[in-house]
Design a protein around this ligand. Sequence first.
Ligand code: FAD
Length: 309
Amino acid sequence: MKTLVWVEHDGASVKDATLAVVTAASQLGEVHLLVAGRGVDGVAAEAAKIAGVGKVHVADDAAYAHALAENVAPLIVDLMGHHDAVLFPATSNGKNIAPRVAALLDVMQISDILSVESDDTFTRPIYAGNAIATVQTKDAKKVITVRGTAFEKAATTGGSGTIEKVAATGDKGVSTYVGSEIAKSERPELTSAKIIVSGGRALQNSENFHTIIEPLADKLGAGVGASRAAVDAGYVPNDYQVGQTGKIVAPEVYIAIGISGAIQHLAGMKDSKTIIAINKDEDAPIFQVADIGLVGDLFKIVPELTGKL
Ligand SMILES: Cc1cc2nc3c(=O)[nH]c(=O)nc-3n(C[C@H](O)[C@H](O)[C@H](O)COP(=O)(O)OP(=O)(O)OC[C@H]3O[C@@H](n4cnc5c(N)ncnc54)[C@H](O)[C@@H]3O)c2cc1C
């Protein structure tokens, strides 16, 4: 089986999420990559070095500069003439392009896979991760999104893929790139951070969130996350949100501070290797998934902990 992986990149380098997708694709067969963008020779060269990659298709055109789904999807559909499956990371961009490809190919999309069971059978979470469904597809062409935390990342070196230019399918003229507002942070990105410190509603306001959570995160070199309640209350912007409707993370260490552990929050972080919970309510559901629990007032415990580090 020939698989195509859509490479997520920022114009300069391959994004981490792509590496897990390469691992998933390699369990299906021969792995080809698609690097679409403007001025992406560097990205293509980097992509060709990913372990296990056979070929890197490069589509260099202004139409792909901002990964607009309306322009990228027809390009992928063209390449599907000689590929059996196309895989995307289940990131905002991947989830934006994949359904359009599936619709153009008139096939079902298989979303957010956790494992590859065989050529046509996959597992995926349902009910906010409370159950795992095994799904089988009879479609000849498969369109799949991959949960990045479920697969090991392919090595960024050791590969020797051949780079092949492909003809652009042009600007379809149905969407226009207007601009991006990208949050800049010195801290690690949530989806790739090894340690995450997350705060919940208990922080009470934005100022407390910044003065209690961030110093601990900075001491640990951690990314900062939040529950939806904290985001909805305006303590932090919504790209901090971890959970079913936020980001799915699986760091080495996840520290949940003043977070109750609602199933929608757990859906985004329960695969973390070690979970540490700080909560004043010893019956809080977060303690059911925590490896280490501290029962007490976060306003006392967290500054003390930060001070001792
Ligand atoms: C469709 C849907 C999707 C959702 N998606 C998400 C999602 O993606 N992510 C998400 O997080 N939620 C999501 N939610 C919301 C979720 O159900 C919860 O409401 C939310 O996670 C609660 O946030 P919290 O734990 O911060 O607040 P609370 O549930 O209010 O918990 C606060 C906790 O802090 C503790 N506490 C209070 N004061 C202190 C103190 N001084 N010291 C220590 N502990 C203290 C309390 O004991 C309590 O356990 C979703 C809900 C729905 C319906």
